[in-house]
Design a protein around this ligand. Structure first.
Ligand code: PAF
Length: 297
């Protein structure tokens, strides 16, 4: 049993141990904030932890688990970066309370069996490209919420569809958890932070900037309506034929039809070499203002 020390990123590998700690915390009527991650932590993850720590009296639990059920057979499960030691150092430096880092057998002792179905929202965009991904993601998030007894859970907006699906699951399954979305963190040149950026060569990283550049170009044209937004973003992507664009779509804020007078989201997914990257930006036709990053400078 790990000896728990608040603010010291105490590591737990056993589900029963993290459950015991968080149950005790809830008995004191104090909030538990879950920050689910797959590790290889970067400044984007750390900003979620910093946000979690702002909730008064909270126990901040960061889960680090490369969840096999959300990877397809041809995806990067084996190669996904696993850097537990440095992750824990980073979490200790910013005062996370507990780290839950289970083995796959701890989370799936019977293999993948009962799974959560995402519904139609899980069939579009990422769901269309990665069959089964969202069922695996929702299943593990639900299990982590149960084990951590969390009152709050924080997710980055970079995986925008994931955030909406988690919100939908919490509503549909009557979970007593407040889901909080957190703004995308970017490098100074606009690249959205992602653990998968580590796969990029210098040349590929340069190419990857095309994604945020396309979103910025789209955002510039918000005042001219949806077609102009899409055309501007498309033109930037087409200028780099070595990028394999999976989708570029403008959708309403809940990923339904575009709202020509309200809040929308412009989303892109593309492959640079063998690395698949995502990015998105809020576009508000009502106020003609761009919400979130990237912004026109
Ligand atoms: O966004 C991620 O890193 C993962 O999908 C999550 C939420 C940790 C579930 O495995």
């Amino acid at each position: 049993m790990s000896t728990f020390q608040p603010g010291q990123a105490t590591v737990f590998h056993a589900a029963s141990e993290i459950a015991q700690l968080t149950r005790a915390w809830r008995k004191l009527a104090r909030p538990v904030v879950l920050v689910p991650t797959m590790g290889a932590l970067h400044a984007g993850h750390l900003s979620l932890v910093t946000q979690a720590k702002r909730i008064p009296g909270a126990l901040v639990v960061v889960s680090i688990f490369v969840n096999p059920t959300q990877f397809g057979p041809s995806e990067d499960l084996a190669a996904y970066p696993r850097t537990l030691e440095t992750d824990v150092e980073k979490l200790r430096a910013i005062g996370a309370d507990a780290v839950f880092a289970p083995a796959a057998e701890e989370m799936y002792p019977h293999g993948p069996r009962t799974m959560i179905t995402p519904g139609p929202l899980g069939d579009i965009l990422e769901g269309a490209s990665r069959p089964g991904h969202f069922a695996g993601m929702l299943t593990i998030v639900h299990k982590l919420m149960q084990l951590s007894h969390c009152t709050h859970a924080i997710f980055g907006e970079k995986d925008y569809q994931q955030l909406l699906l988690v919100q939908q699951m919490v509503t549909d399954l009557n979970l007593d958890v407040q889901v909080i979305g957190s703004a995308i963190v970017r490098e100074t040149d606009g690249l959205a932070l992602s653990s998968r950026n580590a796969y990029l060569s210098t040349e590929q990283r340069e190419l990857a900037l095309t994604l945020s550049a396309a979103l910025t170009a789209g955002a510039y044209h918000a005042g001219q309506g949806p077609e102009a937004v899409l055309a501007a973003a498309q033109a930037v992507l087409e200028a780099q034929p070595s990028i394999a664009v999976d989708y570029l779509e403008l959708r309403g804020a809940q990923l339904g039809d575009v709202d020509p007078r309200g809040a929308n989201r412009l989303l892109v997914a593309a492959r640079i070499g063998s690395t698949r990257l995502l990015d998105n930006v809020g576009i508000d036709f009502g106020s003609e203002e761009v919400t979130g990053q990237p912004r026109p400078s």
